[in-house]
Design a protein around this ligand. Structure first.
Ligand code: 5AD
Ligand code: SF4
Length: 468
């Protein structure tokens, strides 16, 4: 068969799968169900929306229950516990497959880009039907067709790609907000991180493709977008006509009907004054910056290959706060990187106290094979790491509850996001700075920006009341 492009080719395989699934439906007298479970970061969640979009087109009914006809795990491997979780859940799936021998089990995402993982699955988890990686998720229908046509186990892992396949089906989780990829991959090779090995080299999407996608989303009712990339600050460098992230944001700002724009993740080494200026003058870009610190120690930052030092980081924070006084700043911190001394750790604590983060994600260093840090001999003993981690968490939590309380008693614009999962009388929403607010309301408010009085701060969130 000859196809004009990859999108058309996949449309062909979607139609072929659809035929098979429709026949199976008739045999069984019921719809077939597919469960896509996502692990890890926003990138994976976005990829899963594409996977679910394809499965829906094929005719599967989406379910969160793993008692399904197709179960697909979109995996993460950034830390070892993400990895272990998958093996545990696969044990459970093997039992389910014994009850339903037609069940198809698929694995995709970051973990599958590691050779030793695929080898282990081929050897010890033979019941897995379908394995693919991060570079070829657009091929789901084609690979599934091979499996449905009788091939026993279908494995397709690419080592890299320069290709970006546009216009795939996608199923949004939220009606009013959506993630939008602006770039894929990462070129930074921080010495602890496996992402560049499993997500490949940095590739920016063309600005016109991004803008068209957002315009389409807005026409479907989306009012808030999250621009996604491992290092959004280096957007545009690989384009035929290079453009900066700040320039892209200015184009996005012009889209009528769009109310809020967020982005993640920003690498401090590439955060420009131009970006700060654009944010300060924007009506739509949320007052929020996720700025991973990783460590406050200059010595460790060098070994981590981060290309900034403590002073430079603090200067950026200073500039951000001056230009955008009520900006919410969050971060990622790793504790127990090889060779981390008490002095190094104190430098991290010092930055945390100086910056006064609104929130911080703290991680215990996890050895990822294939990364330079995994080869370093001076790994820190677990008990020392745990002690530092607990001390850091205490400081981080104290600061963030103090920061959250800052707006108590004021009225702020809150985007209503969803019905509260614990109390259906409450709606959960977010301030521009990303703080969560719960308030009495009904689901028709979802997607609206409302004036809410922040009555009481409770640690990391508020209870509020809609202002008449
Ligand atoms: N160990 C612990 N944390 C890590 N991260 C990335 N790699 C590792 C690792 N090997 C953290 C970083 C990054 C976040 C997404 O995950 O803090 O910013
Ligand atoms: Fe990993 Fe560093 Fe790339 Fe982030 S910037 S994905 S931490 S290598």
């Amino acid at each position: 068969m000859n196809f004009v492009n990859e999108t058309e080719k996949q449309a062909y395989y979607i139609a072929k799968c659809k035929e098979i699934i429709s026949n199976r439906e008739k045999e069984l007298g019921r719809k077939l169900k597919a469960c896509v479970a996502t692990f890890g970061c926003q990138m994976n969640f976005k990829d899963s929306e594409k996977l679910i979009g394809i499965l829906n087109e094929i005719g599967y009914e989406e379910t969160e229950d793993e008692h399904a006809d197709l179960v697909l795990y979109n995996t993460c491997t950034v830390r070892e516990n993400a990895n272990l979780k998958i093996y545990g859940r696969l044990g459970y799936l093997s039992k389910l497959k014994k009850e339903n021998s037609n069940m198809i089990i698929g694995l995709c995402g970051c973990m599958m880009q590691e050779e030793h993982v695929v080898e282990k699955i081929k050897k010890s988890y033979k019941f897995v039907d379908l394995i693919f990686g991060t570079h070829n998720i657009f091929k789901l229908a084609e690979l599934l067709y091979e499996r449905l046509s009788g091939q026993k186990s279908v494995i397709d892992i690419w080592q890299g790609t320069t290709e970006i396949v546009e216009d795939l089906p996608s199923e949004r989780k939220y009606s009013f907000k959506s993630g939008v990829n602006i770039m894929y991959g990462c070129n930074n090779f921080c010495s602890y991180c496996i992402v560049p090995y499993v997500r490949g080299r940095e590739r920016s999407r063309k600005p016109e493709d991004i803008i068209n996608e957002i315009k389409k989303l807005v026409s479907e009712g989306v009012v808030e977008i999250m621009l996604l990339g491992q290092n959004v600050n280096s957007y545009g460098k690989t384009l035929e006509n290079p453009m900066t992230f700040a320039q892209l944001l200015q184009e996005i700002e012009k889209i009528d009907g769009l109310k809020r724009v967020r982005f993640m993740t920003s690498h401090p080494k590439d955060l420009s004054d131009e970006l700060i200026d654009v944010m300060a003058h924007s009506k739509k870009i949320c007052k929020q910056m996720h700025l991973p610190l990783q460590s406050g120690s200059d010595r460790l930052l060098k070994i981590m290959n981060r290309h900034y030092d403590k002073q430079h980081y603090l200067e950026i924070v200073d500039k951000l706060r001056k230009a955008i006084p009520d900006i919410g700043i969050s971060t990622d911190i790793i504790v127990g990187f090889p060779g981390e001394t008490e002095e190094d750790f104190n430098e991290t604590l010092d930055v945390v106290k100086k910056v006064q983060y609104d929130s911080a994600f703290t991680f215990i260093y996890s050895k990822r094979s294939g990364t330079p840090a995994a080869e370093m001999e001076n790994q820190v003993p677990q008990d020392v790491v745990k002690d530092r981690f607990d001390r850091l968490l205490k400081v981080v939590n104290e600061i963030s509850s103090k920061k959250t309380a800052k707006y108590e008693g004021t009225t702020q614009l809150v985007m209503a996001e969803e019905v509260n999962s614990h109390d259906p009388e409450l709606i959960t929403g977010r301030l521009s700075n990303n703080t969560v607010v719960h308030f009495k309301g009904t689901k028709d408010l979802i997607g609206q920006e409302l004036k809410v009085k922040l009555l009481k701060a409770k640690g990391f969130y508020y209870f509020g009341e809609i202002e008449a």
